[in-house]
Design a protein around this ligand. Structure first.
Ligand SMILES: Nc1nc2c(ncn2[C@@H]2O[C@H](COP(=O)(O)OP(=O)(O)O)[C@@H](O)[C@H]2O)c(=O)[nH]1
Ligand SMILES: [Mg+2]
Ligand SMILES: [Zn+2]
Length: 187
């Protein structure tokens, strides 16, 4: 949603695919995003991080995700000598929770730049207005302007095109709940 709101092209990277017993549950969580057309790249940062490289060419990319998902491990696999702190390194240095604490930009061959980020703690969407949040949900865009009320919040209003689409199963229920929670937080 943050990427959509900024006009960035999202790629969902599903890391740790070597943990085969967890893979079906992870893919089930991602299914609504696949239905929306977002590409999903499955990999294991320890063995086939190279599969990410073609997606990074000639542009700046940022790795965003919860702490522990393997962002710094990916950086170290793709950028020789990067030395990004991972959970192993911070444990060895006995620094406990100090892994990635700030964003760092790394240069790759082929005019590519890759930014490692410290996870989602500093990350919010509260700066977005309800209108900007609407546009961060591609599945809502074709419905905007079709509700009875021009300022419909898609919450309890009658003749709401968004809720009607959700009732028909055309909008994922969890995505709609997230949308309503984001709108409530931005008011
Ligand atoms: N099994 C497995 N573990 C991984 C993989 N990638 C990263 N890890 C481990 O996940 C932990 C967190 O990795 P780290 O790169 O520090 O995550 P970050 O917080 O997203 O930067 C470390 O113990 C990594 O070794 C992977 O593909 N498979
Ligand atoms: Mg990190
Ligand atoms: Zn509505």
């Amino acid at each position: 949603m943050a990427a959509e709101s900024q006009g960035l092209r999202p790629l969902i990277v599903l890391n740790k695919c070597d943990l085969a017993e967890r893979l079906p549950a992870a893919l089930a969580v991602l299914a609504p995003y696949v239905r929306l057309g977002y590409p999903v790249l499955q990999l294991c940062a320890h063995s086939d991080a190279e599969r990410l490289r073609p997606y990074l060419a000639a542009q700046t990319s940022v790795l965003v995700g919860q702490s522990g998902m393997g962002k710094s491990t990916l950086i170290n696999a793709l950028v020789p000598g990067a030395g990004a702190a991972t959970r192993e390194i911070s444990a060895a240095l006995d620094s406990g929770k100090h892994t990635t604490t700030h964003a760092t930009l790394y240069r790759l061959a082929g005019d590519a730049q890759l930014i490692d980020s410290p996870g989602l703690q500093e990350f919010g969407l509260r700066h977005l207005s309800p209108q900007e949040i609407e546009h961060a949900f591609p599945e809502l865009r074709p419905l905007l302007g079709q509700c009875r009320f021009r300022d419909c919040r898609h919450d309890r209003e009658p003749d709401c095109a968004v809720r009607a689409a959700a009732a028909r199963g055309e909008i994922d229920a969890r995505r709609l709940a997230t949308f309503l929670a984001l709108c409530a937080a931005s008011r």
